[in-house]
Design a protein around this ligand. Structure first.
Ligand code: TGC
Ligand code: FAD
Length: 394
């Protein structure tokens, strides 16, 4: 007889991981259990991101972990994804930090930067000694970043940047901001270019966005660039046009595909434990058919999402992953994670609305996750365009 069904791994997906992937997953899970879970409810309540843990994330090799050289771990895409999964099982804020640091800011430098830029920024960022942010979105340019209005103009050999960026993760704790701006002056070439702006530069200001009810254990900021002057060498030489930032987004979206599985799993497990211990009408609520239906529905969604994530990980490691496939994964897994979180919250009854349990924290966080890195609508239309050949954006 095969062993009894494992309620936490009913498809035996564990067996499809190799030793390195399992070790990485387990070390991040330990970090989350020991360093994040005991305090994360309080951090969320206080609207606080514990910046003192950033160096620990660095020493675990999690910052820019799928990049090669410059102090980065050079891990496989699947191992990176599994790390994101475990971090987000703790809180989306931690996965967000790692995504922005490694997949947006460091990836932009690694992929598009000069050798000097890589040497200057990547080693301290990998170690968690320097923090990066990624400024693409503006108040009037969210889903449509091609319409961004931040400008970079040439003055002698320098660049001068003016504009405002909105909703920027890590903005107020960053040492360097990757800023995407329009260069439209004659002789400068035109189009969107990326710039590495030290946050200590004159004219640069970052202020935290307050009163968020989602991703509270994460820093989200507004950036103002008022005549910020940087040398010619601050421009990322390899990035030209919207394709530059969009390539960075593919990396971070890939991490979210896995991260969403972690958040969903945490909600499912919380609901399963609760349902088997909470008694009403003289027995555990897990014995009622309606609750079993909810638990099984959650289980199916978590497993489906885990399969999608693993398949995308294998494709990325094989070098064949397309950006539309990342859109499919982000759309599917975040939608399912939100559905799992909402269902789990109901299973917990009144306890489901408190921070004593992780569920409503994940549920609220996932409202950001479904919005950033391309909303569910945007990814639906990316897929719609891919399967019909008709572009609904233009
Ligand atoms: P479109 O004409 O489709 O494309 C312009 C050029 O880019 C190429 N391209 C891509 N390249 C790489 N990866 C992708 N995913 C790409 N999508 C498009 C495309 O081939 C084209 O290249 P070329 O050489 O022909 O010029 O551009 P569009 O203006 O129609 O827009 C397409 C759309 C809507 C899909 C895109 O604008 C989009 O993805 N919008 C969503 C914006 C977004 O996701 N913003 C995220 C900001 S960062 C963030 O949220 C961080 S939160 C992180 C955290 O805290 O975890
Ligand atoms: P809008 O684009 O105004 O969309 C509003 C609604 O209209 C949405 O439902 C959308 O799906 C829909 N919509 C838009 N266009 C279409 C269309 N063509 N067809 C159908 N429906 C459409 N950005 C960064 O650059 N860096 C960061 O680090 C960063 N971190 C973030 C952290 C948090 C917590 C949050 C919430 C956001 C962050 N963002 C960041 C911004 C994020 O990427 C944007 O919020 C997102 O791209 C959506 O833009 P928007 O909020 O302006 O919404």
């Amino acid at each position: 007889m095969p062993p009894a069904l494992d309620a936490h791994d009913p498809l035996s997906l564990e067996a499809s991981l190799d030793d390195t992937e399992r070790m990485m997953r387990d070390s991040v899970r330990r970090f989350v259990t020991d360093r994040v879970l005991p305090d994360v409810g309080r951090w969320f309540d206080d609207g606080h991101f514990p910046v003192e843990l950033v160096k620990e994330l660095g020493s675990l090799g999690l910052l820019g972990m799928h990049l090669d050289g410059y102090g980065c771990a050079g891990a496989s895409a699947t191992a990176y994804g599994l790390a994101c999964q475990e971090l987000e099982a703790g809180d989306s804020g931690f996965r967000s930090f790692v995504s922005v640091q490694g997949s947006l800011a460091m990836y932009a430098i690694h992929r598009f930067g000069s050798e000097t830029q890589k040497q200057e920024w990547l080693p301290p960022m990998a170690a968690g000694e320097a923090i990066g942010c990624f400024g693409l979105t503006e108040a009037d340019a969210g889903s449509d970043p091609a319409s961004l209005r931040t400008r970079a103009r040439k003055d002698g050999s320098d660049w001068v940047l003016d504009g405002t960026k909105m909703w920027i993760t890590n903005g107020s704790i960053a040492d360097v901001a990757v800023i995407w701006a329009q260069t439209a002056e004659p002789g400068d070439g035109s189009g969107i270019r990326g710039f590495l702006v030290p946050t200590s530069a004159d004219g640069f200001a970052a202020s935290p966005i307050r009163h968020k009810l989602s991703l509270r254990a994460s820093v989200t900021s507004e950036l103002v660039l008022d005549g910020v002057r940087v040398p010619a060498e601050a421009q990322l030489p390899g990035a030209e046009g919207l394709g530059g930032p969009l390539r960075c987004l593919n990396e971070a979206r890939f991490g979210i595909v896995f991260g969403a599985v972690g958040a969903a799993r945490a909600c499912y497990e919380s609901a399963l434990t609760y349902a088997t211990t909470r008694e009403q009408f003289g027995r555990p609520i897990a014995g009622f058919q309606l609750q079993q239906r909810k638990l099984v529905d959650m289980l199916l969604r978590v497993q489906r999402s885990a399969l999608v994530a693993l398949q995308l990980g294998r494709l990325k490691d094989a070098g064949t992953l397309r950006h539309e496939q990342v859109s499919l994964g982000k759309l599917h897994n975040v939608d399912d994670a939100l559905e799992v979180a909402r269902t789990a919250r109901q299973v917990l009854g009144a306890n489901g609305i408190t921070l004593e349990y992780p569920v409503i924290r994940h549920m609220n966080n996932l409202e950001s996750v479904v919005t950033y890195e391309g909303t569910a609508d945007v990814h639906t239309l990316v897929l719609g365009r891919a399967i019909t050949g008709h572009d609904a954006f233009t």
